[in-house]
Design a protein around this ligand. Structure first.
Ligand code: NAD
Length: 481
């Protein structure tokens, strides 16, 4: 039986005002998983009004220690419901259970605990000056929450990314309206039941389901929304930036990526192969940090290509809820068709496919893990964010060429570097134009480490102290003594 998912507004689960719904399919089976409220601007308005009222009436003035305790309580409840979340996330995303158990759920709990700890550490400053009009002054600053925040979430790690935004916003004293992806509405609806159970006051957290260009766009444009935090594609991020032009609302945009994984000649190859595989295939390659450009020193390119191809072809693809499964399904039929079109284009252009020439059975949206080998660092496969289990190995001849290729995309989110020469690693890390470089590992996500990109990968950060600061503004107060 399919789930019925409603909006969560002012502490109550309510259908869309129009009564309309849309269907969410289960990626591994193609069956209907849920029917979901199809919200329009009237529903968005109700949610923003609830958040605005809760901001003024309660949350802004709730003691910081208490706000932190609410976040810790929510973390406890997610820990209690870990198995439920693992199951819901796996069903709605088609992802193997192991990834949810090892990454998404523990990272979500850790994120809440980390930002819960920040709530009572947001301190202002005192500033010595020469005084004013001949009188001494006391000058100090206070950090204030910005107000109602719109948080727009992608489908590829819905719980984790939602908490990357929700936890620092609540710690800062903001109230929130969340717009989940239409492709991943399930786990976040369960999160709202826990928000209620944790006793977080009504209206502080609201969630509105719906289609991006209607519900999402109405939320961004709402005059009572003081800040927008978006994670998703570069194209939609650009359209949000256009919609916000002229409003002066601060915005955080966490957008696409095309990470290079650079393997130098002296790398520990067996260790690197494991890391490269994780970077390439975690979440079926549907991560912003996906290391789908594998740059390998020419002297070891053949051996690395052979080992990566063998490892790729041995990945067990199938039912994500079977514990033996290593790779599940892509999020939707539409996304599968998009990923397949890149593979077809690579083949049409004559690029050599060294792994992935095998069928995957099942009526879900499966794609075999696929690797190409190419000398063309400017081709489509090496330049565009495919967001699926598809990578390209590009050999290089020296460090300078590796850095030039790594920096030759419109994205600037993350990269990894494999070498045993740490002095060289530090030197090269400085030259890679991205927000985060991982050395001898792939993108270790941790709430203490800032996450954000340059160029077409966006502006601002999730995670770390920067994320809390993004929900605060500093007010200066001067007292003539
Ligand atoms: P998407 O841009 O299609 O959608 C993201 C969200 O935006 C969804 O909730 C959608 O409903 C909403 N939306 C769509 N149009 C909108 C509009 N006009 N106004 C307001 N909201 C709108 O992205 P996706 O397919 O869900 O996610 C995949 C993308 O997200 C990839 O490009 C990936 O790299 C990126 N991503 C980036 C990070 C990061 O931290 N940089 C993390 C995860 C995913």
């Amino acid at each position: 039986m399919s789930l019925q998912l409603n909006n969560f507004i002012n502490g109550q689960f309510v259908p869309a005002s129009s009564g309309k719904v849309f269907e969410k399919l289960e990626p591994a089976t193609g069956d209907i998983l849920a029917s979901v409220a199809m919200s329009e601007s009237v529903d968005v308005d109700l949610a923003v009004q609830a958040a605005d009222a809760a901001f003024s009436a309660t949350w802004r003035d709730t003691p910081a220690v208490a706000r932190g305790q609410y976040l810790q309580r929510l973390a406890d409840l997610i820990e209690r419901d870990a198995t439920i979340f693992v199951d819901l996330l796996s069903r709605e995303q088609g992802r193997a259970l192991i990834e949810m158990k090892m990454m998404d759920v523990p990272m979500s709990v850790d994120t809440l605990r980390y930002f819960g700890g920040w709530a009572d550490k947001l301190e202002g400053r005192t500033i010595p000056t020469a005084g004013n009009m001949g009188r001494p002054t006391l000058n100090y600053t206070e950090l204030e929450p910005v107000g109602v925040v719109a948080q727009i979430i992608p489908w590829n790690a819905p719980l984790m990314i939602c908490l990357w935004k929700l936890a620092p916003a609540l710690a800062a004293g903001c109230t929130v309206v969340i717009k989940p992806s239409e492709d991943a509405p399930v786990a976040l609806t369960h999160l709202m039941t826990l928000v209620k159970e944790a006793g977080i006051p009504e209206g502080v957290v609201n969630l509105v389901h719906g289609i991006g260009p209607t519900a999402g766009r109405a939320l961004v444009a709402h005059p009572r929304v003081a800040k927008v935090s978006f994670t998703g594609s570069t194209e939609v991020g650009r359209s949000i930036a256009r919609d916000l032009a002229g409003t002066f609302k601060p915005v955080t945009l966490e957008l696409g990526g095309k990470a290079a994984q650079i393997l130098l000649a002296d790398a520990d190859i067996p260790r690197a192969i494991n890391g490269l595989m994780m970077g390439l295939y975690a979440n079926q390659g549907q991560t912003c940090a996906a290391g789908s450009r594998i740059l390998v020193h020419r002297s070891v390119a053949t051996v690395v290509a052979e080992q990566l191809a063998a490892a790729s072809n041995s990945i067990c693809v199938g039912d994500p809820r079977d514990p033996e499964t290593q790779m599940g399904a892509l999020i939707s039929a539409r996304h599968k068709a998009r990923v397949q079109s890149y593979i077809d284009q690579g083949l049409r252009e004559g690029t050599k496919r060294i792994a992935g020439d095998r069928p995957v059975s099942g009526k879900g949206f499966f794609v075999a893990p696929t690797i190409f080998l190419s000398d063309d660092a400017n081709g489509t496969l090496a330049q565009e964010e495919i967001f699926g289990p598809v990578g390209v190995i590009v050999p290089f001849d020296d460090d300078a060429e590796a850095i030039r290729i790594a920096n030759s995309t419109r994205y600037g989110l993350s990269a990894s570097l494999w070498t045993q020469d740490l002095a060289k690693a530090h030197t090269l890390a400085r030259q890679i134009d991205v927000g985060a470089v991982a050395i001898n590992c792939w993108s270790p996500l941790d709430p203490r480490l800032a996450w954000g990109g340059h160029k077409d990968s966006g502006i601002g950060h999730d995670l770390s102290r920067h994320a809390v600061q993004a929900y605060l503004r500093e007010k200066t107060v001067t007292i003539a003594l």
